[in-house]
Design a protein around this ligand. Structure first.
Ligand SMILES: Nc1nc2c(ncn2[C@@H]2O[C@H](COP(=O)(O)OP(=O)(O)O)[C@@H](O)[C@H]2O)c(=O)[nH]1
Ligand SMILES: [Mg+2]
Length: 212
């Protein structure tokens, strides 16, 4: 078993609906930062049931990224570090369970979603991920007060360390989705990425560096 990292690093919570690409974003971001082995944990440090596995990045993608259904059923974490201005920045990315509107019927997922919201409240950095192509199909949802993403964005407007990541910009309509988010939520920091193609990460990293 690999050793568990010692001192607690700052946490960046990656949140959003299921299927927007949170898990792939976290894995590809870590890889882009130069991590060749990924130390992924699930469970919680506080309750003492945290378990770590060390994965090769390609293995991690095939094991953890889902094309159907909620693959991420509990909070999982990944440690990433990089050098910035003569110091090491070390963060723990919290890959959360996809949030839904209303109350989910599965109690395990409900519990996991509550933990995801806890991570949002406690973390100095919150990365709220949206699927750009999906936004382009239904841009009016960005202004719907009952919509989960709207509510998260409204919360984000009032706190430090919050950014919107519009992902899947490689897909048709993705960039239109990015423009729609910038127009609908003008007072938020909005960054674009493609987790599949591995770009847009430099700006995300610069954003994170400001808060850890
Ligand atoms: N085209 C495209 N697909 C993506 C991108 N990011 C994630 N996906 C795909 O979206 C699906 C859901 O990804 P996943 O990371 O499991 O989403 P999560 O539920 O938010 O964690 C998978 O099939 C991914 O390969 C992206 O940037 N572009
Ligand atoms: Mg996931």
């Amino acid at each position: 078993m690999p050793a568990q990292p010692s001192a607690a690093p700052a946490v960046a919570a990656v949140v959003g609906r299921q299927g927007v690409g949170k898990t792939l974003f976290v894995l590809r971001f870590a890889q882009w930062c130069g991590m060749s082995r990924l130390l992924v944990s699930s469970g919680s440090r506080a309750s003492g049931d945290e378990a770590w596995v060390e994965l090769d990045p390609a293995d991690a993608v095939s094991r953890l990224v889902g094309s159907q259904g909620p693959t991420t059923r509990q909070l999982q974490h990944l440690e990433v570090q990089w050098r910035h201005a003569k110091r090491w920045v070390r963060i723990r990315l919290s890959d959360t369970v996809g949030l839904t509107d209303g109350i989910h019927p599965d109690p395990q997922l409900r519990q996991a979603m509550a933990e995801s919201l806890g991570a949002v409240l406690e973390s100095p950095v919150v990365l709220h991920v949206l699927d750009g192509a999906e936004v382009a199909r239904r841009p009016q949802r960005l202004l719907d007060e009952d919509d989960m993403d709207f509510q998260l964005a409204r919360y984000g407007e009032r706190r430090r360390g919050y950014a919107v990541i519009v992902n899947k910009l490689d897909l048709p309509g993705g960039k239109r989705g990015l423009d729609a988010v910038r127009q609908a939520w003008p007072r938020r920091i909005v960054l674009g990425t493609s987790a599949v193609e591995g770009w847009g990460f430099a700006r995300v990293r610069r954003f994170v560096e400001r808060f850890v």
